[in-house]
Design a protein around this ligand. Structure first.
Ligand code: NDP
Length: 318
């Protein structure tokens, strides 16, 4: 790691609701935060269309526009927002070191990790084409748009089971597509699915193509991988629930994580196992994964960082 060219009090990594909210609070606490946006400036919400469940927007708002509002607010309050990608960190001692775009090393008294998570996709061209126009990776975010309609959900883990039952309350019918002849989900979740009459389970079923009229989803072509029989299901919504990957690989050598890579935080706080390093948003939350919960946890991280720094100043002057 090259020698540092700059020192900052509070470095925030990531530009989703968690990162920008941490920036708003850190800036107002006079921590002069520097925020690196990452490659997808604005995070996962820039890939959605309408957001209706974020309080304060009575008529809903488009995801990219909402994230632009977050950015402007963080900037107006004094955050130094930079387009760049953190490629390595060294948390072996204080101050912490981070490398930007493989070239510049910066040191920081506090680091707030808000790098988020990425939904896994099937990898079909039609899935990309209709993403936001019937294809979604979040039932809680987008299920409402399919009220009274027929939808399909792919996956057989806890997320898929939970989201299928959530969708079943809103939609007329939910096809659940499991690629094997069994679930990965826990027994309790499976029994909820099996006891929901408007969920039709299709085992040994894979998605071949998402069908559409050029604008919106109109159906899904599935194949039974035992019989090779294909079927077109008439649906207007297609939900992908095959897991998420937290964007935490660069922290693996330093921070405690679970087996999947979600960063462990001390319950009720954003504290990680490393002094002065805090984590918020989807990088540490595999359960709720909502813009509002991410934003709330960003606030927590900034307050934790501010209190940590205040404690250090107290020690220096004592
Ligand atoms: P999981 O990895 O547990 O499950 C992924 C599911 O998607 C599996 O059924 C898998 O099939 C299927 N899948 C993967 N790739 C494909 C593909 N290309 N095509 C079709 N199907 C595919 O992810 P989850 O998001 O469900 O859960 C992640 C973690 O979060 C788990 O530990 C889970 O228990 C936890 N969780 C807990 C909740 C709760 O407690 N309320 C709620 C939600 C999640 P296969 O089984 O064949 O590999």
């Amino acid at each position: 790691m090259s020698s540092a060219t700059e020192h900052v009090k509070c470095l925030i990594i990531g530009s989703g609701p968690a990162g920008y909210t941490a920036a708003i609070y850190a800036a107002r606490a006079d921590l002069r935060p520097v925020l690196y946006t990452g490659i997808v400036m604005g995070g996962q919400l820039t890939q959605t269309t309408e957001v209706e469940n974020y309080p304060g927007y009575p008529d809903g708002i488009r995801g990219p526009e909402m994230m632009e509002n977050f950015r402007k607010q963080a900037e107006r309050l004094g955050t130094d927002i930079r387009f760049g990608y953190i490629t390595a960190v060294d948390f072996s001692g204080l101050p912490h070191k981070v490398v930007v775009d493989e070239t510049t090393t910066i040191t920081a008294d506090t680091v707030i990790i808000s790098t988020g998570a990425t939904a896994k996709w099937l990898g079909l061209e039609s899935e990309q084409k209709y993403n936001g126009f019937g294809v979604s990776a979040c039932a809680v975010c987008d299920g409402f748009f399919f009220k009274g309609q027929d939808v399909a959900i792919v996956g057989a883990g806890d997320t898929a089971a939970e989201e299928a039952t959530y969708l079943a309350k809103l939609c007329r019918k939910v096809y659940m597509l499991a690629r094997r002849n069994e679930f990965r989900a826990s027994k309790a979740m499976v029994s909820r699915v099996l006891n929901t009459p408007n969920i039709e389970l299709l085992y040994d079923t894979e998605t071949k193509e998402i069908l559409g009229d050029g604008l919106n989803v109109t159906g899904v072509k599935v194949i039974n991988n035992k019989t090779n029989a294909t079927t077109d299901l008439q649906v207007t919504g297609f939900f992908v629930a095959i897991g998420h990957h937290p964007n935490t690989d660069i922290f693996r050598d330093w921070i405690d994580m679970d087996a999947v890579g979600y960063i462990k935080t001390r319950p009720g706080s954003s504290l990680t196992n490393v002094e002065g390093v805090f984590c918020c948003g989807d990088a540490q939350d595999h359960i709720y994964r909502q813009a509002i919960t991410a934003a709330g946890s960003g606030c927590v991280a900034a307050i934790d960082a501010e209190r940590y720094l205040a404690g250090k100043e107290h020690l220096v002057t004592a």
